[in-house]
Design a protein around this ligand. Sequence first.
Ligand SMILES: [Zn+2]
Length: 236
Amino acid sequence: MPAPPHAFAYALSSNQAWAGYKGHQNPDFFPKLASGQSPAILWLGCSDSRCPETVILGLQPGDVFVHRNIANIISPTDINTSAVIEYAVTHLKVKHVVLCGHSSCGGAAAALGDARVGGVLDTWLTPLKALRNANREELNSITDDKQRAVRIAELNVEAGVAVLMANAAIQDAIAERGLQVHGTLFDIGSGRIRDLGFGTGKGGPHGFVGAGDTDVVRGKHAMLVFRTDGAGMSVR
Ligand SMILES: [Zn+2]
């Protein structure tokens, strides 16, 4: 889908309209936002334009601290990812770390194929290619291309959560204040986020947090409720 002409001019005028609407709807919104942040969620996701975390969570500016890269690869030696995790966990004291992969990920598709993308991209995608090689038999047994891409995205989230669980800042926060780590997958075709049951949550594929826990993230206009039977949304 080609971008429309004057896409940036349109975006700028759209911003003016949005800021006017938000300010009219709630005169305290921007002054309060400017006074500081205390997000409850750190989101680690893909750079894909179809996965804008705050939008798909139905939350608002100030609710989600974010790091996104191509194919949401969590590499322990990536100083960019590590700095974001450390600031969010140690300084902002987020309550949830959410790693989210997605369906139809271009990075996953590239890692599944043998063609080289070129430039620095092949280097960046090396961990995914290693994952493909390590799970070649299972992945090759999936005949549907879309399903195969979903499966490698799941494996990538599982591997990423393992790196997160080995991160010192995250380990300390889990022990000291019950930080929760979640591995999830966003299905672009339905708009739904599915919990994969990795991380601190023991609820399995339908649980977002540990058994018996209910945690509410209060957004500016809606609440995201994490429960053992899944995450729910209520609009105030
Ligand atoms: Zn992607």
